[in-house]
Design a binder for this molecule. Sequence first.
Ligand SMILES: [Mg+2]
Length: 268
Amino acid sequence: MESLAQITRLILDMDGVLYRGSEPIPRLREFFAFLRERRIPFMLATNNATRTPQERSEKLARMGAQVAPAEILTSAQGAARFLKRQYPAGTRVHVFGMAALREAVREEGFVLADEDVKIVVASVDRDVTFEKVKVASRLIRAGARFIATNLDPNIPAEDGFLPGTGAMVAMLATASGVAPTGIGKPEPILYELAMSQMGARPGTTAAVGDRVMTDIVGGKRAGLTTICVLTGASDRAEAEAAGADFIFADIGALLDAWRAALAAQTQA
Ligand SMILES: [Mg+2]
């Protein structure tokens, strides 16, 4: 893609792109107003599995951005839908994670259990305990398939970084001696689900993210144009080294460049 004016569909990461913790990135409301006004379909695709799409939608509404739960895809849903392709409804799954992940797994027809399970799905658990680590790692050691919603080491927040799923599953992996299969970005599953929901083609779809190792690498694997913003996990040098197609200080700078590209196209 030569110019931002060619974008017809957009897939955006959330943490570090739209907000840091409870702090919105400047011009968030204006950015979404632009997408609506230009009628550019978008999906928010996040590796963060600690909240449901409904909760994410409410958080954005408090920040002035109107996004429907159906326009939000988390790695919890990605993991549940990935498993649904391979296991029949009723398969017993142990969840190491928060309510949002349990809900996503249950929604796809799986039965949540703490023993005799085929699969352990793990993500960030803010109420992690020794007992929970013990139960999950024993199930994995006993042969349950080990799935992680993502492998991000941390999550950008307003006051610094929080431990991410990668940090949590490292405990389980060390205790069980088994490495997890990651589902979120940089794996292409979330991007594929988002594109199919929008009827998008890779050639005219762009992915916006802040973390090079997941958003940009994953976007490239999915054949998308990649846009890195510098309000989260990665800096300019990392974005350049990864070959991001466009790099902006934040979504406000992306918006200005996009408008300029559209104006230039109109004049040409
Ligand atoms: Mg992010």
